[in-house]
Design a protein around this ligand. Structure first.
Ligand code: FES
Ligand SMILES: [Fe+2]
Length: 386
């Protein structure tokens, strides 16, 4: 039982989807609920932190803070991607992230390339696989065994070109949990896609509001009525009734005609796949929307109960390089994604204002929001597991 919700509120979310209600507004507005999410959900779940192309070669690395855990994502000399602690085990100085290091940026290619990581404070150094390989001035420390002072490491997995990290050492591996998703993504060749310059958004509202808008097309009816509804009607959402750590649905075009292909899509896509957008959310917040020749990867970075950042990263099939005007196509793609997302930004800000109201009660759910019933129940499962 979650102390935060009454048994009636819990039962309403847990009810079969046709009878279920939304999460109460204070699950969005109360910092205490966000604390629960951070400890029981974020720090125990698989979250995508980037793409393998960012660490394509041995020594390529980038650093980031994941829920107050400073990390280095690096490809070691043997080719394995690792999630190393960025905290020196001597007196906790950060190994990378100083003035001479490239700041963390999501961009094609690595943020830097190193042969090893040396702490700037007292010059202990670490191999790319985290082993301590040098500790000057430690000759007289008794029973000091270098083998015991390597960098702590976290679980990391590659899946279809995404790098997923889980801060929980006990967490079950991700890839087997996504097995049932494989047939839906297979033909899109996700692992071959490459990143374009991301679009960046600062969102002053709860992270779930953005995940929810990114996981259903019901709001095409209203929020995107001028851009999307006629072309991809909300009512045609074709939702998979999965009960795994993800949601998935297809949004076919109104007349079944193929989506526009600005350059050749992967050859193995079926006719049906060419005529729809497929939207996947791997819970809690890794979202990607697959069109025939590109995928929009929405990287969410929660910061507090009322703030997160979104990086909207277009991933394109390498076939784009065959197009004589690939630069123009990239611009057009970014512009279109931004145009739609600006409407979602306005929607997010408005729902956030409404969520503060004392009379905001948990709404009822449309059948076009089944994915969010899956999401809310997954979330409560995690939170209930103390
Ligand atoms: S803090 Fe890193 S070597 Fe001392
Ligand atoms: Fe939207």
């Amino acid at each position: 039982m979650i102390e935060f919700l009454t048994s009636d509120e819990l039962a309403a979310v847990r009810a079969p989807s046709e009878r279920s209600a939304w999460l109460p507004a204070r699950c969005y507005t109360d910092p205490a609920f966000y604390e629960l999410e951070r400890e029981r959900v974020f720090r125990r779940s698989w979250v995508a932190v980037g793409r393998t192309e960012q660490v394509a070669e041995p020594g390529d690395y980038f650093s980031l803070d994941l829920f107050e855990e400073p990390l280095i994502i690096v490809r070691d000399k043997g080719g394995t991607i690792r999630a190393l602690s960025n905290v020196c085990p001597h007196r906790w100085m950060l190994l990378v992230g100083h003035a001479e290091d490239a700041p963390y940026e999501v961009k094609p290619g690595p943020c830097g390339n190193r042969k090893s990581f040396q702490c700037p404070f007292h010059l202990w150094s670490f191999d790319l696989d985290g082993k301590l390989i040098g500790a000057p001035g430690m000759e007289e420390a008794e029973d000091f065994d270098k083998a015991e002072w390597g960098l702590p490491q976290f679980q990391v997995e590659e899946w279809r070109g995404f790098i997923f990290v889980n801060l929980d050492h006990e967490a079950a591996p991700l890839t087997p949990q996504l097995e049932s998703l494989e047939p839906f993504v297979d033909a899109y060749e996700l692992d071959r896609l490459r990143m374009l310059e991301p679009l960046e958004y600062e969102c002053d509202w709860n992270w779930k509001i953005s995940v929810e808008a990114g996981s259903e097309s019901y709001h095409h009816l209203g929020l995107h009525k001028d851009i999307l509804e006629e072309w991809m009607p909300a009512a045609m959402s074709d939702i998979e009734p999965v009960r795994g750590p993800y949601s998935l649905y297809r949004n076919p075009t109104a007349d079944g005609s193929p989506m526009p292909e600005l350059f050749p899509a992967p050859p193995n896509l079926s006719e049906r796949q060419r005529g729809c957008l497929k939207l996947v959310t791997i819970f809690p917040y890794t979202m990607f929307f697959m069109s025939p020749e590109h995928t929009a990867y929405l990287q969410l970075i929660p910061e507090s109960h009322d703030r997160h950042r979104l990086r909207y990263i277009p991933l394109v099939h390498p076939n784009i390089d065959e197009h004589p005007e690939s630069g123009e196509i990239e611009k057009l793609l970014r512009m279109t994604l931004d145009q739609v997302h600006q409407q979602d930004m306005a929607g997010g800000a408005s729902c956030w204002k409404g969520a503060q109201s004392r009379v905001a009660r948990p709404g009822r759910r449309s059948h076009l929001e089944l994915q969010l019933w899956q999401f809310h129940n997954w979330l409560l499962d995690r939170i209930e597991k103390d």
